[in-house]
Design a protein around this ligand. Structure first.
Ligand code: MV4
Length: 505
């Protein structure tokens, strides 16, 4: 097992990884920029090394300086966290060249999944369903021909992109030629690679991803799904596990397909396969594979009881996974809200400043992953996410009510945060019914004023409806369709709401 691990990241994920090392009795090394001298992760680690000035390109993205810090500290492994260098094949290679273990997949696996067209063609050979799209190496003329075959509307995506970066929808042939040019220019500027590809646009789909864990002894398993459809400009804001949209049969099938996708590149360590799920026809399509630990990993940890970061460390140290697929039985419901230093009442304008007061929620089923502390400074140099609030409940109704309670307890003064946004979502019918898709936020306008707490009887209706829906789901699962073609759940929903209005829910 490693004696000393360097965490090449900052903020809440650096603290998260440092904690996992602490619990495994591993010494810890932090790295930091000038702007992070007093940051929580620096204070938490056993030792810390300055990388350089605040801008990421001078600090957290400097492979040479990070390797240098690892050498100076005698770290025998590096955990990249997410973002920054976590999906840079050249960083994984630099670690290997320096004789330092990279806690993640091989440079080859990162590269294979990093090129989104190669990834599609690799997993297709294992029978993974793809969105109908174009193959590698097409020039504009060939792409035009492919576009007419695929049909409109379609999506133009950057081969070196991912996470929605460099992606644009094209609704008809007339807009296609200019869109291709713009997409290539954008891809070149963002990734230094102007290759683009086409996919049929899947409308009103859900973003469902499967967590995969693979050791270096040929054991690859999945830990169930996460629903991540509530995104703003391709930034996930709320994630949950499991998803209301898929049943046990679909879960097993998507899990099997995700494992096959990971095995297609000889994947080792934690990874996530992203799918689009079309509940209109119960079809799902491979989007891409994320070759890193994800922000939203805690929701999977809460429903499986598995510490994914500790598993990553054990796998990188050559240990065998202690689980087989049949040991994985997700239980209960988890929801995560990303707390960002942004003002939801001012178009999510980033907010900076000193945290003058901090009161974090606690109590049953509440987990906070955060780098905030009273007196700490939030700057504009880095991603605005400053904390994650994750709750666990026996079912979705309890998880939503618990999230409402925890959000109401959360107090952060000195900066504006996305907390009020999350409070509104937890009150919204579309979220409570679980009928949202990736277009959810584009259909909503954030109210221009802080939400009034809903009246008790309204809350009663919400709770009753959720519980009825939950019972209904179980009833549907048990009894299937009712006579008039509606699912049993709809009848239960109605009765739930009616029961609440009578007050005897
Ligand atoms: C799509 C799509 C619809 N059709 N591809 C977004 C992030 C990246 N992982 C891929 N994403 C999508 N790819 C096709 N062919 C819808 C999404 C998508 C999305 C798109 C717009 C706004 C929000 C979204 C949330 C999740 C997924």
């Amino acid at each position: 097992m490693f004696k000393k691990v360097l965490v090449a990241n900052r903020g809440e994920i650096a603290v998260r990884v440092l904690r996992a090392c602490e619990e495994r009795g591993i010494s810890t090394v932090a790295v930091f920029s000038e702007a992070d001298r007093t940051a929580l992760h620096v204070r938490y680690a056993d030792e810390a090394y300055l990388l350089g000035p605040a801008p990421s390109r001078e600090s957290y993205l400097r492979i040479d300086r990070i390797i240098d810090a690892a050498r100076k500290s005698g770290a025998d492994a590096i955990h990249p966290g997410y973002g920054f260098l976590s999906e840079r094949a050249e960083f994984a290679a630099a670690c290997a060249d320096a004789g330092i273990t990279f806690i993640g997949p091989s440079a080859d696996a990162i590269a294979a999944m990093g090129d989104k067209i190669t990834a599609r063609e690799t997993v297709r050979k294992r029978g993974v369903p793809l969105v109908p799209g174009s193959e590698k190496g097409l020039n504009d003329e060939a792409l035009m021909a492919a576009a007419h075959e695929i049909g409109f509307p379609l999506m133009i995506k950057a081969a070196a992109g991912g996470g929605g970066k460099g992606m644009r929808a094209v609704l008809d042939a007339g807009a296609f030629e200019s869109a291709i040019g713009a997409a290539r220019r954008e891809a070149m500027a963002a990734f230094g690679n102007d290759e683009v590809y086409l996919e049929k646009l899947i409308t009103n789909a859900r973003h469902i991803e499967i967590q995969v864990l693979a050791d270096s002894h040929g054991n690859t398993i999945h830990l169930g799904e996460r629903e991540c459809s509530i995104q703003r400009r391709h930034q996930k804001l709320i994630e949950e596990a499991p998803s209301v949209a898929i049943d046990e049969k679909m879960r097993a099938e998507m899990g099997r397909v995700a494992v096959a996708a990971a095995e297609s590149v000889g994947y080792v360590n934690a990874g996530t396969i992203e799918f689009l799920f079309d509940s209109k026809d119960n079809k799902y399509y491979f989007l891409e594979m994320n070759t890193r630990l994800q922000v939203e990993h805690p929701v999977t940890e809460l429903v499986t009881g598995i510490d994914i970061v500790k598993e990553q460390i054990a796998i990188a140290a050559g240990r065998r996974l202690r689980y087989r697929q049949e040991d994985i039985a997700p239980k209960g419901w988890a929801i995560e809200c990303r707390i960002t230093a942004e003002d939801p009442f001012n178009n999510f304008m980033p907010s900076s400043g000193k945290v003058t007061y901090l009161q974090e929620p606690t109590g049953p089923g509440v987990r906070v992953e955060s780098s905030l502390y009273e007196g700490g400074e939030i700057s504009l140099y880095y991603d605005p996410m400053v904390a994650k609030l994750i709750v666990y409940g026996e079912n979705r109704a309890e998880a939503i009510l618990r999230m409402r309670r925890a959000l109401n307890e959360y107090r952060i003064a000195g900066i504006r945060t996305s907390i009020p946004f999350h409070q509104e979502i937890m009150d919204s019918t579309e979220f409570i019914w679980g009928t949202f898709d990736t277009g959810f936020l584009s259909r909503r306008r954030i109210s221009a004023r802080p939400p009034q707490s809903i009246e008790h009887e309204q809350l009663a209706a919400v709770v009753a409806a959720m519980l009825a829906h939950e019972e209904g789901r179980q009833a549907v699962a048990h009894f299937g369709q009712s006579s008039n073609g509606d699912t049993q759940a709809n009848d239960w929903k109605l009765s739930g709401r009616m029961r609440a209005q009578r007050g005897n829910w």
